[in-house]
Design a protein around this ligand. Sequence first.
Ligand code: CA
Ligand code: CA
Length: 446
Amino acid sequence: MASPSHRRSLRRRRTVVVTAAVAAAGLGAGVLVMNANADAVDLYHQVLPAKDGWAASGSGTTGGSKADSAHVFTVSTRAQLVKALGSVSDTTPRIIRIKGTIDANTDDAGKKLTCADHASGTGYSLSAYLKAFDPATYGRKAPAGGQESARKKAAEQQKKNIVFRVPANTTLVGVPGTNAGIKGGSLQVQNVKNVIIRNLTFAATEDCFPQWDPTDGSAGEWNSAYDSVTLRGATNVWADHNTFTDAPVFDKSLKTYFGRKYQIHDGALDITNGSDLVTVERNVFSNHDKTMLIGSSDSDSTGKLRVTLHHNVWKGIVQRAPLARIGQIHLYNNVYDTTPLNGYEPKYSIDSRAKAQVVAEYNVWKLPSGAKVAKLLSGDGTGSIAGSGNLVNGTATDVVAAYNAANSKKIKTSVNWKPGLVAGLQTAVGNLAGELAATTGAGVLS
Ligand code: CA
Ligand code: CA
């Protein structure tokens, strides 16, 4: 028979054992939840996976995943979206679920606003603008005063409606099955960190008030503002499973004034002004001219503009897929279909300039018959493109060698870095186009 002290000791031991078992079970459950799969965390709370491109660098990209329940919003109107985004200085983690298509050109009551509505009260009219600044009578100097001042006021009124500033620590996600997206809007991620943008269709981002610049090029250009998504000084951004398109108004239907196309579209997704640590994956870019700028000028920044583009589909894109400057940029497992689409005639896919350090590997190009491999790239003679494993119409092809054989400003083939954040990189890409057709763009995630 055990002494009282021995019984106490047994009880203690049993308690210790039970506690250890509970701890082990708890730990086991925790490991299970973390390892199970992405389904264990809902779409809205998912974060960028480890090593998934440059945005996984540093503390990674978690967006609004840590939002408390008071900061998880579901929005279906412009006014609701504006309210959910809050102030750009409020960095409280937030998750914004976009349900259906939000039309940016609507007022706070949801009433549709036309370009004429945006111009009301400013005195601006296109016909008066064209009359005032016709190079035949006004000459080739920058428009100023009068109708140009009125144009600026009208543009300000449109901008107030269609530009959405995204604060730090935000996740924006389209609710599956609702054709979620933003029509006519421009998401601006400016001087903030840690933003996730997923499962959204960005369509019809249009400038009602393009500006005539008679000094842009030899013949002048109509310049428009508003990228569908614009990153300026943004860090740790993950753009995943979105669709970008000009639809329903394609460039071929735009009018010509002063002998130049009256361009209402700007970029689809531009990454500029010292933006850094960005991963752009499984998006569809289509029906667009100047698609993606990385760096806005040759002096944009140094040591930044580190961007990974992978598993994106580019089709019906004229140029800038991307236009890369300065940064360390990794392009892998992208699919480029350079067949003309809806009047968009591809000029080139990738431009490496201003000493850009591009690694382009295991990408796939589909070229229509008669198209030249030498025209897939572009450059100013200072940019690099390294990497191998690219396929053109199913055949392993050195796209840089083809370009360099036909051009005097050669693309350099060595880079100052080696990509390490390469989650999901596939080296067998024979079936990539078919795979991505079903797995990229908005509307795929559930
Ligand atoms: Ca522009
Ligand atoms: Ca732009």
